[in-house]
Design a protein. Structure first.
Length: 257
């Protein structure tokens, strides 16, 4: 049986493996890389099949990216790199695709996935400080796919992403979100219960929803695409989790709020 994008759909045993980790939650020891390895290691082999149902909107987001031939692309918090399946036909023409992540078990899967594609590099690194080799050109595109909310310092991660881009380069994000009570237009406000419930529900598993992220992105430069929506999550069918994708051209480093 195939899931979305042709990946084998996980069975109930795989779901139990992931759900067990989600129920235990992501514990913080102060060593973020180690915490990620401990949380995702036991569920790594079932990671992609479960996330196909957990993470909405990725096909349309990936297909909206400006993946021009010869482009240099950096993906911060890339995990297994599964989302690049949706634009697999564009990968051979890229100048480079660098997948940066701190989680060793997920990177192991990414290295297997992209073996034989020399333009794709899998790099162990912290998105808040990682920089390419001096000889490597600036990025034309930097991507966060359901990863910014996993990073303990989102302002530093966005500032570093901006520093990686060439002038006129594009920043693109998709993630779960929350918002201020009165967000700036064109953002649509969330109900008070959603602003209370979802940050607490996600925090148990180390996913941190911050109300300043989307306003900061809108303030950082011209927006090319903005999409807000809600999605039902596996085994939690009665409420829709808010998520967004944003693609734009940040003109300066994103400032903390």
């Amino acid at each position: 049986m195939k899931g979305e994008g042709g990946i084998p759909a996980g069975g109930w045993r795989d779901d139990l493996r992931v759900l067990r980790q989600l129920l235990v939650g992501k514990r913080s020891t102060g060593d973020h890389a180690r915490d990620l390895d401990r949380f995702y290691g036991p569920q790594a082999q079932a990671y992609d099949s479960f996330r196909e149902r957990l993470l909405p909107g990725r096909p349309a987001f990936m297909q909206a990216l400006p993946l021009q031939p010869g482009a240099h692309v950096v993906d911060l918090g890339a995990g297994t790199g599964r989302h690049w399946h949706y634009v697999a036909e564009a990968l051979p023409a890229l100048g480079s695709l660098t997948l940066v992540d701190l989680c060793t078990p997920l990177q192991h899967i990414a290295r297997q996935r992209f073996a034989g594609q020399p333009q794709v590099q899998v790099v162990h690194g912290d998105a808040t400080v990682w920089r390419p080799a001096p000889a490597q050109p600036p990025a034309d595109l930097v991507v966060f796919s359901y990863s910014l909310s996993m990073m303990t310092d989102w302002q530093a991660a966005l500032a570093n992403a901006r520093a990686l881009l060439r002038p006129g380069g594009v920043l693109a994000l998709i993630d779960f979100c929350t918002l201020p009570a009165a967000p700036p237009p064109p953002l649509r406000p969330l109900p008070a219960w959603a602003r209370w419930f979802w940050p607490r529900w996600f925090r148990h598993d180390g996913v941190l929803l911050r109300e300043g992220v989307l306003p900061a992105l809108l303030a950082s430069g011209p927006t090319q695409a903005l999409h807000q929506c809600h999605a039902r999550l596996p085994y939690l069918p009665l409420a829709g989790a808010p998520w967004f994708h944003w693609i734009g051209e940040p003109q300066s480093a994103v400032r903390p709020r």
